[in-house]
Design a protein around this ligand. Structure first.
Ligand code: FCB
Length: 440
């Protein structure tokens, strides 16, 4: 049980649970085209245990029971993502009617249960046919993504409560094109620099496309970390500034100020790989938004590493308690980030669109209950400091396919037995249920 009550958040605060298409849907035989995660996960060595999203949680067939769980938990909203290759198998061109029908059923199922649909257009499952043309490295992706956004607007726009373009552009660009950890698995500075710009240019282009279709309440979801120096030495503080620019400011400054941070545009190792004339796109990159989503998991602790070519920084190991991902548990970082965004960037409504922890398998998860309680208190604390936080989404409704970690890392409020697809609510689910059904 949580020691906070729903009324602490006021009557209009939105509580939700979040998932993403590739991580839960399965259902790959309805005409859906291949995505970069299908081939990345099929390539030996990329994903723990060789796990793939082929079956995942079979949400494609089990969605009614999953929506029942969201309703029974007392959640107001469900944050889900559309699979681009399910709707447009080749990324551009022909539309898959079975894909349209699936999301029709899913969205109508939410509305029938009184659950508000919070949609994300892109949560990492790029159609492979577009990767063949360079994917996020190709400037044309803005047009491809804009057309896909128009389709979503036409078919579903009037039923969506809120719509985000991209989930976690840092992961789309840097993690996937410089660190090589996510699909398409590049480790290339030019690929990364181009993806870092094109992902935000595509975001702004999609905002225009959605607005042209009359879709309301548009945003983007950024993953932010609390960047901190390992020591107060000037070298570690300088390393932290680069880390913060790479992780946070590239996206915050780009989207909300229309300018990338000097720490990167003035860094020759990086800047000479940016697409020529990117400055002309910044007006599109920074289109006005109706809300901003922030995904928060942990802090980034930096130390100087002059021996590193390129960015002379390294991650230091902190001494806080960690989750099963090895991520430090640091609720204060969430308060600090929400207040920073509110003070330094924008007064549009903020949503915590993901927060949660991986824990060992089982339906007794007291550490996760504590994690959620501490982070919910951090949200209250940020609100007391003036941040206009309007909602909070737990990651995740279900144990699911945790990308390069496969099925071993479990983030769910609800346990999934992958052999039988049996769902079992955990103590953390019961804790939310208690909080959300107690409206006093
Ligand atoms: C975020 C992703 C989400 C999930 C969590 C643990 O970066 O958006 O899909 O993997 O991390």
């Amino acid at each position: 049980m949580f020691s906070i009550s729903r009324s602490d958040f006021g009557p209009d605060f939105t509580f939700g649970a979040a998932t993403a298409a590739y991580q839960i849907e399965g259902g790959q035989t309805d005409g859906r085209g291949p995505s970069i995660w299908d081939s990345f996960s099929a390539t030996p060595g990329n994903v723990q245990n060789g796990d793939t999203g082929r079956d995942a949680c079979d949400h494609y067939n089990r969605w009614p029971a999953d929506l029942d769980l969201i309703r029974d938990g007392g959640f107001d909203a469900y944050r889900f993502s559309f699979a681009w290759p399910r709707l447009i198998p080749e990324g551009t061109g022909a539309i898959n009617q079975a894909g349209l029908d699936f999301y029709d059923r899913l969205i109508d199922g939410m509305l029938a249960r009184g659950i508000k649909p919070y949609a994300t257009l892109y949560h990492w499952d790029l159609p492979s046919a577009l990767q063949d043309k360079g994917g996020w490295m190709n400037r044309d992706i803005a047009g491809w993504f804009g057309d896909y956004a128009s389709l979503i607007g036409q078919k579903f726009g009037d039923r969506l409560h809120a719509t985000a373009t991209i989930n976690e552009p840092w992961c789309v660009a840097f993690l996937s094109h410089f660190l090589g950890i996510h699909a398409p698995g590049y480790r290339d500075i030019r690929a990364a620099a181009r993806a870092m710009h094109h992902v935000l240019f595509a975001h702004g282009t999609a905002i225009d496309a959605l607005r042209a279709e009359g879709v309301k309440n548009l945003g983007i979801v950024l993953n932010l970390e609390k960047s901190e120096p390992a020591t107060q030495s000037p070298e570690d503080v300088a390393a932290t500034d680069i880390g913060d620019a790479l992780f946070n400011r590239w996206y915050l400054d780009g989207v909300l100020k229309g300018k990338y941070p000097d720490a990167l545009t003035g860094n020759d190792f990086f800047a000479r790989h940016l697409p020529a004339g990117y400055e002309k796109d910044m007006e599109v990159v920074s289109r006005p938004l109706d809300w901003l989503g922030i995904n928060y998991y942990t802090r980034g602790l930096y130390k100087s590493a002059p021996e590193q070519l390129g960015f002379p920084i390294a991650q230091a190991k902190g001494d806080l308690e960690t989750t099963e991902m090895g991520w430090e548990i640091y609720p204060q970082g969430l308060s600090d980030l929400l207040v920073r965004v509110s003070n330094d960037y924008t007064k549009i409504p903020l949503y915590v669109t993901e927060n949660g922890m991986a824990e060992v398998e089982g339906d007794s998860d007291p550490r996760r209950v504590d994690y959620y309680e501490a982070h919910l208190k951090a949200v209250l604390n940020a609100r007391e400091q003036g941040a206009d936080v309007r909602g909070y989404f737990a990651w995740s409704l279900l144990d699911n396919y945790e990308w390069a970690e496969g099925y071993n890392k479990r983030f769910g409020l609800v346990h999934v037995d992958y052999a039988t697809q049996q769902r079992t609510p955990k103590a953390s689910f019961r804790a939310f249920q208690g909080l959300l059904h107690n409206t006093k």
